[in-house]
Ligand binder design. Structure first.
Ligand code: CU
Ligand code: ZN
Length: 207
């Protein structure tokens, strides 16, 4: 009984080994060796804009309210993307066809009637003022927004070098957002000469 079992086992093993050997020989002939095959293909084009960040929190929002004597308001959404934060939304109550400086400011405090409590441009890296995408700029710098014929600006822009909800020095949650009376010239230090503050908001966690 015992001898028979061992014999059968040995026979089965021999069969299995020979089958493996045959298959390996066929596979070797049919496919290139692993040295010829890259482990992972690497993309040969740059990624599209607004790639979601790996560990992005859901989102953030800001409601813009008019400063004293103004009628500008708005709703903004913020999403973490590769290299920064994507801002979308709408700003209303602007003069038709006008251009306006638009920044994240260092303090999430809109209590002053003129919005001055929001402080200067968010600038955790201590750089010069400029334009997003340019050589040197504040983390809170972005592009001007432009009002349509109805005085409404559609916002679709980004911040570079900032984060969302990670409590790092670059985190924009809890910071301010300002819409200015004049366009940012992207040159004048440290404000871009964008003039008075028409609306102010505070960036808070999204739903
Ligand atoms: Cu500003
Ligand atoms: Zn700036």
């Amino acid at each position: 009984m015992r001898t028979t079992s061992l014999t059968l086992l040995a026979a089965a093993l021999a069969l299995a080994l020979s089958a493996c050997g045959d298959r390996a020989a066929v596979d070797d002939a049919a496919t290139p060796t692993t040295a010829d095959v890259p482990r992972e293909s690497t993309p040969d084009v740059s990624p599209p804009p607004y790639v979601p960040a790996d560990d992005a929190p859901a989102s953030a929002v800001a409601a813009l309210a008019a400063t004293a004597g103004n009628t500008t308001a708005g709703e903004l959404r913020f999403a973490a993307v590769d290299g920064g934060v994507h801002i979308t939304g709408q700003v209303t109550g602007l003069e038709p066809g006008t251009e306006h400086g638009f920044h994240v400011h260092e303090t999430g405090d809109c209590s002053a009637p003129d919005g001055s409590s929001a402080g200067g441009h968010f600038n955790p890296a201590g750089t010069a003022h400029g334009r997003v995408g340019g050589a040197a700029h504040h983390a809170g710098d972005t592009g001007n927004i432009t009002a349509d014929g109805a005085g409404v600006a559609q916002v679709d822009t980004r911040l570079e070098g900032v984060t969302l909800g990670d409590d790092a020095a670059t985190d924009v949650i809890g910071k301010g957002v300002i819409v200015h009376a004049d366009p940012d010239d992207y040159t004048t230090q440290p404000t871009g000469n964008a003039g008075a503050r028409l609306a102010c908001g505070v960036i808070g966690p999204g739903a």
